[in-house]
Each structure stands twice: as structure tokens, then as C-alpha cells.
Design a protein around this ligand. Structure first.
Ligand code: AHR
Length: 496
């Protein structure tokens, strides 16, 4: 029998603004994300500004990319920013110890990254080095970036061709300091944070949003210690990293394109756990910060599979299938529904690494199913979240069940309501019936990302197999919205 879901939505319940920064991205000096991704060989025959690839820039502008996190990741705690400024020919070449032991030639540094952010119209989110850097080094980077006056670092920036400061705002005080960022205890890191953050100054007109390096997935003790030991007014946010491993096992994570329904299902279970994870960390934060002044910043998330066979294991290059689209849509719905606490998030990573939006092969470029999901969801940016009430039927595989449907909704400044829905069920279509209270509307339009198989993906030979298409399966019936969601689908509806 056809599954039915009744959803209750009342626009008068809309309260929290969905921060556009939930839709942020991450670009590390890892594999082919920066080098041979954003930043290409001068001889490559693609549109470029300097060595920045403009077809990538254009694609990201279309989804209104709000911010870009850089230079890592693990790379950040071994990055010394002075290596990446000044004449390129004189910048040191060194080894990227974290990612494949390849040569890092430092041709992409501070100026190049901020030029890229300018082209994208995205806010920079820089992660400073705590693990192997010094307080002075971080303090001087901030001065170089943000001080508009006379000082040795502001003068050096001017000598390097940038008269005005960039006024960078999002500032990560280290990354994964429980692991690659220094193997610290939570107590030790909290004290380090206080020192580093003291000297990362707020220059006139350039206040920093300082973000503490947060927990690894379920380590709620890390969050607890940071919330307890760091004065809340010295920390704008606290981060959280969580990756969806298809098998749940870091040694054999599973293939990005070759998997069956059991592994599709375990990926879903692991991906949907983001909801409980955000709840768990938010509950700890609520104890110390009931008015939610400190943001939860999920600045690394996404599916992490085994690499494509034959590629450098340190490059983390994987394909992106309809399964990735389902996880992306579900995760973004989760973030929207926690918009009271989650204010920034960054998918890992933008180009050619992990759950990428964009894959490239020499001159060729393709947009992944995940990219198209971000395109659907951009309507929620800075709109007010509307809580939804419904009970989802289950999607059952073996003896286990997950909710087949997840959704979120918002109302924008012009009064248009947007609902995004994901049907994770690989076989069943599901009808929804929505009671809309508080809203006068006359018309529904929609877009959909779907494909017959969860392993379907875009290849360089067939780059548009999965894209965002017009959705015609929704209609108005009285004041009810009625829609039929195909299996494996991510749908965005607009009601006006
Ligand atoms: O995104 C890849 C890596 O995953 C990042 O460098 C690190 O922060 C995390 O462990």
C-alpha cells in the first residue's frame, strides 16, 4: 500500500533565522582540492583569473556559497602563513606531511585565498595554527589580515600589494586539537585556546568570530570541558566534526559507487545520526549557555568512503552518488531544524576531495548530485525556520528501520514558504499531505534531485545524469499541499 505522511506546518511558529553560513564549504591543502582544483597550472586551458579556475567560481556563485574554510583541516596546524606570502618564486617548497607527502609549493597562500573568496562573494573562514604554531604567529597573521593602520604587519601587507585590510571575521583557533592538531587533552586545549584567543585581536572595524576547535563526533566531554573552562564571551562558536562512514569502520570504509542496499542503509543510519549528535552537544552547551550565545559550528561533515582504486590514498578522492545527495539533503534538513544553535557548517570538501560538490579532470569539470542538493536548499538561507510536525513511516532493511522522510521548512522575507523533503527509501514512493496554517498561497512549484539507483552518479562522460529538475508531483488541494515523493529523492517546494 502507498505510504502517506501528514505534515503540520504553521507559519506563525517561525522563530529562528536559518544562518546562511550553515551552507558553507571547506577547502584544504589536500589532494586536488586547492592544487589542480581551485588553483591550476597556468597552462590549463580553462577560464582563469591568475591561476584561479573560474568555471568552479561560477558554479559556486550559483549556489550562493556563503563562506569557505581554509587552509585545513589537519593541514592548518602545520601551516605557517608567512611561507605563503610575498613573491611566489621565493616561497619555500615543502612536504605536505598530512596528505600524501607531496610537495607544497606555497603558491596558494593568504592573498590567493582571499582573492578567491572575493571572486566567490564568500566570507573567508580561516583556521589558525595552534598545534605547531605560536601565539605570536597567530597574532601576527590577524594583524596582517585585519589591521588598518601603521604597524610592521600592516606595512608588510601593503608591500605585498594589499593596501586595505581584508577584515576576516570567522577565525578558527586550531583544528582537531584532540588529534592531528596536537593530540591535546580537552583541559590543555581549553587553556591554550584562552592564550591564543587573547592575542588574536579585534582590530577597529574587524571583530573576530573566534571558534574553538571542538569535539570529535560523540566526545561530549570535550564540549563540556571547553564550555566550562572558556569564558563564554571569549568564544563565538565551538566546532564539531562528524563524518559518515558507510560501513562504520575507518579501516574499510566502503566504496563510493559499488555498494548494495545493506551498505546504503548503514550509511543512512550513520548519516542521520547527525541529529542525535547535534542534540547531544547542544544539550551540553545549554547547561552553560541556555540563551544560546555560543554557536555550534559543524565545520567538517560528509560521507567519507575508500578512495577510487588507483588514486593516491592520501588524496581522499571519491565519487559522489545519489546516496551522497540523500545524505546531503538529510543533513541540511537537520541543520535547518537546529538553526537555534547551529550557525555555521562546512561540507568536506568543495572540489575533488571527500563529498565534493565539484570534480575535475584536466579541463573537464562536473557538478555532483551533492552540488545540486545545495542548489535546491539555498532558498532557506537567512529565512525563518518553521517547525514541522509529522510522523514518518519507516524504511526497513533487515531488522532495522530509519525514518523514510525528513524535512525542513522556512519562510523568507517576501513571505514565500519553502519546504525541502527527502525520501530516503530506495523502493517506495511516499505521499505527503500538508496542512498549512497561517499561510495564504495560490501556487506550488518545485525542483527535484533523484535517480533510479543509489549508486547512480555523474561521470565525465555523462556529467548531467543527476541534476536538479523541475518537479511536477505537487499540487494545491483546498488549502492542503499534496505531493508524491519518488523513492531516493530530494525535493524543494515553493509556495507563494
Ligand atoms: O577533511 C579531511 C580531514 O578530516 C581534515 O583535515 C581533518 O580535520 C579531519 O580529520
Amino acid at each position: 500500500a502507498q505510504q502517506q505522511v501528514s505534515i503540520d506546518l504553521n507559519t506563525n511558529d517561525a522563530k529562528h533565522v536559518i544562518s546562511k553560513h550553515i551552507y558553507g564549504h571547506f577547502a584544504e591543502h589536500l589532494g586536488r582540492c586547492i592544487y589542480d582544483g581551485f588553483w591550476v597550472d597556468p597552462a590549463l586551458n580553462v577560464p582563469k583569473k591568475d591561476r584561479i579556475r573560474l568555471d568552479i567560481v561560477d558554479a559556486l556563485k550559483k549556489i550562493n556559497i556563503p563562506n569557505l574554510r581554509w587552509p585545513g583541516g589537519c593541514f592548518a596546524d602545520e601551516y605557517h602563513w608567512r611561507d605563503g606570502i610575498g613573491p611566489r618564486a621565493q616561497r619555500p617548497k615543502m612536504v605536505n606531511t598530512n596528505w600524501g607527502g607531496v610537495v607544497e609549493d606555497n603558491s596558494f597562500g593568504t592573498h590567493e585565498f582571499l582573492e578567491l573568496c572575493g571572486l566567490l562573494g564568500a566570507e573567508p573562514y580561516i583556521a589558525g595554527n595552534v598545534g605547531s604554531g605560536t601565539v605570536e604567529e597567530m597574532a601576527k597573521w590577524v594583524e596582517y589580515l585585519n589591521f588598518d593602520g601603521v604597524s610592521p604587519l600592516a606595512n608588510l601587507r601593503k608591500e605585498n600589494g594589499k593596501a586595505e585590510p581584508w577584515k576576516v571575521s570567522f577565525w578558527g583557533v586550531g583544528n582537531e586539537n584532540w588529534g592531528c592538531g596536537g593530540n591535546m587533552t580537552a583541559e590543555f586545549y581549553a587553556d591554550q585556546y584562552r592564550r591564543y584567543a587573547t592575542y588574536a585581536r579585534n582590530y577597529p572595524g574587524a571583530p573576530l568570530k573566534k571558534i574553538a576547535g571542538g569535539a570529535n563526533s560523540w566526545d561530549t566531554n570535550w564540549t563540556d570541558v571547553l564550555m566550562k573552562k572558556i569564558p563564554l564571551n571569549e568564544m563565538w562558536g565551538i566546532s564539531l566534526h562528524y563524518y559518515t562512514i558507510p560501513t562504520g569502520n575507518w579501516t574499510t570504509k566502503g566504496s563510493s559507487t559499488d555498494f548494495g542496499e545493506a551498505q546504503y542503509f548503514s550509511t543512512l543510519k550513520n548519516g542521520l545520526a547527525m541529529d542525535s549528535l547535534v542534540r547531544a552537544h547542544s544539550a551540553i552547551m545549554d547547561k552553560y549557555d541556555p540563551t544560546k550565545k555560543v554557536a555550534l559550528v559543524v565545520d567538517e561533515w560528509g560521507i567519507w568512503t575508500d578512495v577510487i582504486p588507483g588514486t593516491n590514498p592520501g588524496f581522499l578522492y571519491q565519487q559522489n552518488s545519489m546516496r551522497d545527495a540523500v545524505i546531503a539533503g538529510s543533513t541540511l534538513n537537520i541543520f535547518n531544524n537546529h538553526s537555534d544553535r547551529v550557525k555555521v557548517a562546512s561540507l568536506a570538501q568543495t572540489v575533488n576531495v571527500l563529498q565534493a560538490l565539484i570534480l575535475t579532470e584536466k579541463e573537464k569539470m562536473l557538478l555532483t548530485p551533492t552540488y545540486h542538493v545545495f542548489d535546491l536548499f539555498k532558498v532557506h538561507m537567512e529565512a525563518k525556520q518553521i517547525p514541522l510536525k509529522f510522523s514518518s513511516p519507516g524504511y526497513k532493511v533487515g531488522n532495522e528501520t530509519v525514518p523514510a522522510i525528513n524535512a525542513s521548512a522556512s519562510i523568507d522575507a517576501k513571505g514565500a514558504v519553502h519546504i525541502t523533503l527527502v525520501n530516503v527509501d530506495a523502493k517506495q514512493k511516499i505521499s505527503i499531505n500538508t496542512a498549512l496554517n497561517g499561510l495564504k498561497w495560490s501556487k506550488v512549484t518545485g525542483r527535484i534531485v533523484t535517480s533510479a539507483k543509489f549508486t547512480d552518479h555523474n561521470s565525465f562522460d555523462n556529467p548531467n545524469k543527476i541534476t536538479a529538475r523541475t518537479f511536477t508531483g505537487a499540487k494545491k488541494s483546498g488549502n492542503q499541499l499534496v505531493a508524491e515523493l519518488p523513492p531516493l529523492s530530494v525535493v524543494e517546494l515553493e509556495l507563494k
